[in-house]
Design a protein around this ligand. Structure first.
Ligand code: ADP
Length: 369
């Protein structure tokens, strides 16, 4: 069965075609500059037409969808009600869900009758217990506005946790795994018995670790303080926290860890400080997750930094488990969210319950949209 995996962004479509169940991938690519000034590709429909022109045959399409709120705990076959709910979740991911939907709608037009499956970035973290996902805010904000920790990079954490269990030749149900996705965006998850029980990203991908340009955890009182000092409006402060902070903001040099490593070697103090903070924050989360799981069998690294920067990895785990009698295995596993999406789409199509899949009746996000 040929499953096309689509990651549709605001101006790009990344695609990969998998032969399932062999999990072979021979065709992959990206269409860029969609809808940009001067581009010949005006919209996602045109972009996808180019993609499909390169492929002989497609049996089903798996779509990456960033936000499924509490509505979607698993992958789901896309139909009209599902599209409506994904649209409702857009208020929680205004930059991502509309772009994901543009890809879905283009596929529906271009591939009528072909089954399409949505796989959500948030779904893997829907197993978090309430004590991990409720913030210390008035509880009614959760009920009325969907204010809670959702977590992101779920498909990546799920993939590397399963791959770790496979490589260790152990059942995932018996393992305590900490997964570190360290790319431009960075997040870490505690995966106990195959279920995510905590993760560092939150209501948005801004919470948690220091990232390329995102600040991660800060004192919330800083937001209004910075607004006063810099005379910023909400958009300016949000922009600063998302785009001018993290490694880039601290170093004043770059968000690219390779460049910072190079500068650190040349004894640049700010590059060294940015890397030190990056590592320190990850270590703190590893300590917390080792405690909540009462141990750790495997520490997994993935993402551009996690996969390629050996020295950073070593500095992260050096001494981190000195208090444990049984030390975890350290694994480096290349990210492959696309394969996880293809697997989930394939499993759903073959599932006997396919025709009876229900959407949770719980609120999408209740943010008033
Ligand atoms: P994204 O989150 O955008 O997918 P990546 O997973 O590609 O990002 O990670 C980008 C980060 O990985 C950058 O900080 C980059 O410096 C770092 N990195 C280190 N080595 C490599 C490498 N060989 N290839 C790609 N990125 C690398």
């Amino acid at each position: 069965m040929k499953i096309l995996v689509i990651n549709s962004g605001s101006s790009s479509i990344k695609y990969k075609l998998f032969d399932m169940p062999q999990e072979q991938n021979k065709v992959a690519g990206v269409i860029e500059h969609i809808g940009e000034k001067g581009s010949k590709i005006q919209d996602h429909y045109m972009g996808l037409r180019i993609v499909l022109g390169k492929l002989k045959h497609v049996d089903a399409v798996g779509h990456r969808v960033v936000h499924g709120a509490e509505k979607f705990k698993k992958p789901i076959l896309i139909n009209a009600p599902v599209i409506r709910k994904i649209r409702q979740c857009s208020c929680l991911a205004p930059l991502h869900n509309p772009a994901n939907l543009a890809g879905i709608l283009a596929c529906k037009k271009l591939l009528p009758g072909i089954r399409q499956i949505a796989v959500f970035d948030t779904a893997f973290h829907q197993t978090l217990p309430a004590h991990a996902y409720i913030y210390g805010l008035p509880y009614e904000y959760y009920k009325r506005f969907g204010v809670r920790k959702y977590g992101f990079h779920g498909t990546s954490h799920q993939y590397v946790a399963h791959e770790a269990a496979r490589r260790l030749n152990k059942q995932i149900s018996k393992l305590k795994i900490i997964t570190c996705h360290l790319g431009n965006g960075c997040s870490i998850a505690a995966v106990e018995g195959g279920r995510s029980i905590d993760t560092s990203m939150g209501f948005t991908p801004l919470e948690g670790l220091i990232m390329g340009t995102r600040c991660g955890d800060i004192d919330p009182a800083l937001v209004t303080y910075i607004m006063q000092k810099k005379k910023f409006n909400i958009f300016q402060v949000e922009n600063t926290l998302n785009k001018s902070s993290g490694l880039k903001g601290i170093s004043g040099i770059s968000n690219d860890m390779r460049i910072l490593e190079g500068k650190r070697k040349k004894r640049d103090d700010r590059a060294r400080l940015a890397i030190d903070i990056f590592i320190y924050r990850i270590k703190k989360y590893i300590g917390a997750y080792t405690t909540i799981m009462a141990g750790c069998d495997a520490l997994v690294f993935t993402g551009g930094i996690g996969e390629n920067q050996k020295r950073i990895r070593k500095e992260i785990y050096k001494g981190a488990f000195s208090h444990l009698k049984k030390k975890p295995k350290i694994l480096v596993i290349p990210a492959n969210e696309e394969l996880m999406i293809a697997r989930q789409a394939y499993n759903l199509i073959r599932s006997p319950q396919l025709s009876t899949v229900q959407i949770s009746s719980k609120s999408a996000c209740n943010c008033g949209d």
